[in-house]
Design a protein around this ligand. Sequence first.
Ligand code: ADP
Ligand code: MG
Length: 209
Amino acid sequence: MSSTDDRKGLFLVIEGGDGSGKDTQLRLLSSYLREMGYDVLETSEPTDGPIGRKIRQKGLSEKERYSPLEMQLMFSVDRNHHLKSEVYPALKDGKIVISGRYTVSTLAYSYALGLDVELLESANSGYMKPDLTIYIDVDPDTAIKRIENRGGAREIYETYDMQRKVREGYRIFLSRFNHIVIDGSMEPGSVYKKIVEAVYPYLQNLNGA
Ligand SMILES: Nc1ncnc2c1ncn2[C@@H]1O[C@H](COP(=O)(O)OP(=O)(O)O)[C@@H](O)[C@H]1O
Ligand SMILES: [Mg+2]
């Protein structure tokens, strides 16, 4: 697969709208795999790198907002940094990399902000594809209820209308990736069980096992 022919690890991505349960499932899946003895890198986008921090600080708040195209470019630069500094080295070491959000997020969210689909596809076509993208699907009502319960500051995407468009974006762009759709309205333990079932076959090919 693309620029890491020498990769031995497994690259998993957890995707979904805001409040879908990505962070919850990332933690559960990582601890499960660690208990099984695998070396796991838990990571996410936007990253904690210089551009990732800028995206979090400014791009996701109403104040000092970037244009959708600027956001798209910042996500691309951040992804490049993410791959080179963390993902490639970990895969080369045979680790399981689990990233909360990756390319499909950029596509779905930029789509929701009104960017052109063809432009989005060409800007995002060069990145290494994950072995499996796990999409946690929740309807916008459920997502907004969870975000409200969670409390804290709201990001610009966290409205009903944006979540509806983001979900539409995911439906369009997921088909470009090897993915599974998990019903995220179930309780966390059931979502987790489905994810483990989906990941299990990929472990058989890991480390020559
Ligand atoms: N399956 C679930 N059912 C109900 N609530 C959930 C579920 N998964 C996560 N939550 C809750 O919803 C909120 C958002 O979850 P989180 O894992 O942070 O989602 P994300 O990272 O996708 O935004 C948290 O308060 C979390 O405890
Ligand atoms: Mg989260």
